[in-house]
Write a new protein. Structure first.
Lengths: 110, 115
């Protein structure tokens, strides 16, 4: 079945440093979604990417979808303590079932 | 309601006990999903409903797991004869339409601990 891998599993950064998490799917995706989960909370939808090579920005967050629609990345510029949480990518391959990556847990030192 | 509501928020069950977890999706949402999230892992798909029809139950780990949505709104996930490996957060999610790629809204989850 479809597998979605995410790296790194954990990332510690100093406040103000940049952060990137990478997502790779074993199969071509129709779209990819990104979620943020705060400790003790539930996944909250951030964004969806659909087109090959698509790049979307949300303030300090930049999301990319690879040309082959099998990989994606999330980059945060100048991290803040409010960015703390686990970031999940979730691949959708033309069905309604999202396959989540294992997540990247971001910790920010003030 | 304003969001996806799940109950109970926390449940401690003795091994072998049956449990029922309830999900109230956002009003009018056609699609409803159940996910299981173990500690430190990403959510894993269990089952999917479109209105009252269960279209995909490929993620249910065993025949001890059963889900229903009889009137196309509230859904219940039932786990029979709970085992320790069932300990996890059970997340319910809903989306407005059934097309793939629509925004999915998660509830806060039901935290199940089997002792």
């Amino acid at each position: 079945g479809q597998q979605v891998m995410q790296i790194p599993q954990y990332q510690h950064v100093q406040e103000g440093e940049d952060f990137t998490t990478y997502c790779n799917s074993s199969t071509t995706l129709s779209n990819i979604q990104w979620y943020k989960q705060r400790p003790g909370g539930h996944p909250v939808f951030l964004i969806q990417l659909v087109k090959s090579g698509e790049v979307k920005k949300q303030k300090r967050l930049t999301f990319q979808f690879g040309e082959a629609k099998k990989n994606s990345s999330l980059h945060i510029t100048a991290t803040q303590t409010t960015d703390v949480g686990t970031y999940f990518c979730a691949g959708n391959n033309a069905g309604n079932m999202l396959t989540f990556g294992g997540g990247t847990r971001l910790m920010v030192k003030p | 309601g304003a969001g996806v509501s799940q109950s109970p928020r926390y449940k401690v069950a003795k091994r072998g006990q049956d449990v029922a977890l309830r999900c109230d999706p956002i009003s009018g949402h056609v699609s409803l999903f159940w996910y299981q999230q173990a500690l430190g892992q990403g959510p894993e798909f269990l089952t999917y409903f479109q209105n009252e029809a269960q279209l995909d139950k490929s993620g249910l780990p065993s025949d001890r797991f059963f889900a229903e949505r009889p009137e196309g709104s509230v859904s219940t996930l039932k786990i029979q004869r709970t085992q320790q490996e069932d300990s996890a957060v059970y997340l319910c999610a809903s989306s407005l339409v059934s097309d793939s790629g629509n925004t999915i809204y998660f509830g806060e989850g039901s935290w199940l601990t089997v002792v």
